[in-house]
Design a protein around this ligand. Structure first.
Ligand code: PHE
Length: 467
């Protein structure tokens, strides 16, 4: 392969691509539900503090490691640890985790794609009926949707960093912002919308329990795409003129702003559908919210808009979520692609073919975990319950290893690579960095309380999930 590494064309291109990774299903659906159920404004304040004080330093560190080494996680840990075997394992986690998270995220994206297609085909009433979702996720159409999504991801990634990832982000992200704003404005005009806004914004501090705090931090971590090696990999595609600290701030701000705005779309819609709804019982997961509850809300719009109008609003919404999901999916698959290209010297095309085959098989296993194939539906048991293959992937990689990766990164950067090297890297493109309080805060937090907190989340999850 060529010696020079491909790069984003500009800081804006990098920021949009990283924001494209960060803005995903987690922002548009996970965040609003989580926030509304868990204290509204109180959750929002806590979330913002976590983003600022805990996630941002981790994000900055990931980007710095990437740019310094010009490599993906395996290569980056190897390079900065002088080939240490132990840290090599951290690098392997850093590539395996995104690969496996891609499998479960792919399943969700395939479902969303299916919802776009079905609403456009006039099937909103079917999706809103009690059985629509259950039937759809066990139907052969799923495989058609999977091929379509895989083809889109492949199309973007094969074109490379600048022509693929960056271009897709430059088209899809602004489109997404505009679509989101249109949806918010529309939803706010619905009857009773304001009750939803109130519920989302007014703080209820009594709801803040240790498990809510834990959930808020995990949500922030996932939402900013941390611990997945993505920002190491994207960081390896930026040049020495880019100010990392400033870029990271903009990415975090965009991600948080989109999550907040999504709350102004989802909750007013929910309350307008049913003014007496108690969101605490709204839905046990964001998955059931998006796939079973929201279609009902959209269908209810037919009273004023007619069936076609209601279907159009639904299709618009699912397309918005789909765009967000695609830019996230692309970012996460880029990590193993970059690994195969940088470390294993395959061409991008070959790397993608390998990943599409292995990832495709695993995705099929995860897709048929919802009843289609009993072996995968009843894959294993732990903590007293039967778990599907999909559950296992989710529990191990998303819930458990993700915070572990965050912990390892903080320790690695602070004590192996060393803080003065981090400072040197961050001072590139930012003449005022050295000596600033931001530098002091980043160095101090990464070496002390951030790894402790993130390790706490890891241990908490392990004990709760598996024992
Ligand atoms: N940040 C994404 C979200 O909020 C999460 C994600 C990113 C998942 C990249 C997979 C890949 O949905």
């Amino acid at each position: 392969m060529s010696a020079s590494r491909e790069q984003f064309s500009s800081k804006l291109g990098f920021i949009l691509a990283a924001a494209g990774s960060a803005v995903g299903i987690g922002n548009l659906v996970g965040f609003p539900v989580n926030a509304a159920k868990n204290g509204g404004g109180a959750f929002l304040i806590m979330y913002a503090i976590f983003v600022l004080l805990i996630c941002l330093p981790v994000m900055i560190a990931e980007m710095a490691v990437g740019r310094k080494t010009q490599k993906e996680p395996v290569g980056a840990y190897k390079a900065l640890s002088g080939g240490s075997r132990g840290w090599g394992i951290a690098g392997i986690f850093g590539v395996l985790t995104p690969f496996m998270i891609a499998v479960f995220y792919m399943v969700l994206t395939v479902w969303i794609f299916g919802y776009v297609a079905l609403t456009l085909a006039g099937k909103l009433d079917y999706l809103a009926s009690g059985n629509g979702f259950g039937e759809f996720i066990n139907s052969p159409y799923l495989f058609v949707a999977m091929f379509a999504v895989a083809a889109i991801v492949n199309f973007i990634l094969v074109a490379g960093v600048k022509e693929g990832i960056e271009k897709a982000a430059k088209v899809l992200m602004p489109t997404l912002f505009v679509m989101l704003l249109i949806m918010v404005i529309y939803v706010l005009t619905l009857e009773n919308a304001f009750a939803g806004v109130k519920f989302f914004i007014i703080p209820d501090f009594d709801k803040i329990t240790p498990s809510v705090i834990n959930g808020a931090l995990s949500q922030a971590f996932f939402s900013l795409s941390l611990g997945m090696g993505i920002l190491i990999t994207y960081g390896s595609y930026i040049n020495n003129k880019t100010d990392i600290v400033n870029s990271a701030k903009l990415v975090a701000l965009t991600d948080t702003a989109v999550a907040f705005t999504a709350g102004l779309m989802i909750l007013p819609a929910v309350f307008s559908f049913n003014p007496n709804v108690n969101p605490a019982e709204l839905s046990d997961s964001s998955v059931s919210l998006i796939f079973t509850f929201l279609p009902k809300i959209f269908l209810a719009l037919q009273v004023s808009l007619g069936y076609i109008g209601a279907s159009a609003v639904a299709a618009f919404f699912f397309l918005l979520v789909f765009f967000a999901a695609i830019t996230s999916l692309v970012s996460i698959i880029e990590v193993p692609v970059s690994y195969l290209v940088t470390e294993k010297k395959h061409s991008r095309r070959k790397a993608l073919s390998i990943l599409m085959i292995i990832g495709g098989v695993l995705t099929v296993f995860a897709m048929v975990s919802f009843g289609m194939v009993s072996f995968f539906t009843e894959f294993t048991t732990y903590a007293g319950g039967t778990r599907s293959f999909f559950d296992v992937v989710y529990d191990i990689f998303y819930d458990t290893i993700l915070p572990l990766n965050g912990f390892l990164l903080c320790v690695f950067v602070s004590y192996r690579w060393k803080k003065h090297n981090l400072s040197d890297e961050l001072a590139i493109g930012n003449d005022n960095y050295k000596g600033s309080w931001v530098e002091k805060y980043v160095n101090f937090s990464l070496g002390t309380f951030i790894p402790v907190i993130v390790l706490g989340i890891f241990l908490n999850t392990v004990t709760q999930k598996f024992f």
